[in-house]
Ligand binder design. Structure first.
Ligand SMILES: [Fe+2]
Length: 159
């Protein structure tokens, strides 16, 4: 990060980089699982749900990339291995429904992930408020997207 960019961030960089790495890792976990779900969901509604999960997967990768950019600006590096990503994400084992045609079972898994992301970005937005405006804006932006996605999943469950 440039000199002025550093001056205006009033947060412990080590702490902030760790928080961003956790978010980056979690986005990758969601990205991977949404991609996997798109590939394994089956049954009559397959095309519809495969498309929903594929889009979600792409969206989460975009989130991960935006966080990676911020990590780089702050002089850090995202986690180097998948093992580290899994550990940093701190979400535990993701369990998909045994029946691959259980679309609402899949949706429930992603709904839980959205709620995890909402808590994460809400926390990051609060802690960076007035201290690191660039990260704050990123956290707010991602938060609003996760909130919208949560609602979309909730609506799917109502159908
Ligand atoms: Fe996300």
């Amino acid at each position: 990060m440039g000199q002025k960019g550093k001056e205006i961030s009033k947060l412990d960089h080590k702490w902030l980089l760790n928080e961003l790495s956790k978010a980056y890792a979690f986005e990758w976990v969601v990205h991977y699982h949404a991609s996997l779900a798109a590939n394994i969901v089956s049954g009559l509604a397959t095309p519809v749900y495969a498309e929903i999960f594929k889009k979600a997967s792409e969206g989460e990768l975009k989130h991960a990339n935006r966080i990676a950019k911020r990590i780089a600006e702050l002089g850090g590096e995202p986690p180097a291995t998948m093992a580290e990503i899994e550990k940093l994400a701190g979400f535990g084992k993701v369990k998909f429904p045994a029946k691959r045609s259980d679309t609402s079972g899949f949706v429930k898994v992603f709904l839980e992930m959205e709620r995890h992301a909402i808590a994460l970005y809400n926390d990051l937005a609060n802690k960076t408020h007035g201290k690191d405006l660039v990260t704050h804006e990123l956290a707010e932006d991602l938060l609003s997207e996760e909130v919208a996605e949560e609602e979309e999943y909730e609506n799917l469950l109502r159908e």
